[in-house]
Ligand binder design. Sequence first.
Ligand SMILES: Cc1cc2nc3c(=O)[nH]c(=O)nc-3n(C[C@H](O)[C@H](O)[C@H](O)COP(=O)(O)O)c2cc1C
Length: 188
Amino acid sequence: MITVIAGTNREGSNTLKVAKTVATMHRELGVEVKLVDLAGLPSALLSPGAYAEKPEGFTEAFQKPVLDADGVVIVTPEYNGGFPGVLKLFIDMLPFPESFEKRPTAYIGLSAGASGALRPVEQLQMIFGYRNAFNFNKRVFMPGIGDLLDESGAIKDDALRGRLREQAKDFQEFVAALRPVREGGAHG
Ligand SMILES: Cc1cc2nc3c(=O)[nH]c(=O)nc-3n(C[C@H](O)[C@H](O)[C@H](O)COP(=O)(O)O)c2cc1C
């Protein structure tokens, strides 16, 4: 199972639109996909007590899709040269170390500006490297996001859709190749 995380909670988010497209691409390759939309995070997650006791709904709808995933795909926008604070809060609220230990993780970035969220993606790769995730290094960047989507939220450019499809296919191969390592096989 692949879990796609839409890395912001902003209303009307472009990240969510792209995450939906990416989820469909993975489904078309024959795997089960879960989409995690951070807009649905319980607001009680901001409560000081949330580190110790998770608010109602968090475990089933947000934690389980990460813990059950064979691979995680993170779609992140660029906010002030970084990834959104709500995505870091989400990461911090997940159990340590099992959430990302040996978990294959892929990245897609989007931004209004010219970088396509290169900075946020590299910040995430650094954090996930620290967490012993298996970083998948074929990333996709989407600069100038304001011009890339049509009114329905679909990606207009064939070449860009092709890059996302290729990432999905290669990531699934990466996930499959690492399965013996994750399951503690000969190289685990
Ligand atoms: C709080 C905030 C900060 C932003 N900072 C940047 C930035 O540093 N660089 C950039 O290129 N775009 C920046 N943008 C524009 C976003 O990359 C663009 O709006 C993109 O659509 C955001 O993804 P979203 O629609 O999923 O929120 C920012 C947008 C927001 C809401």
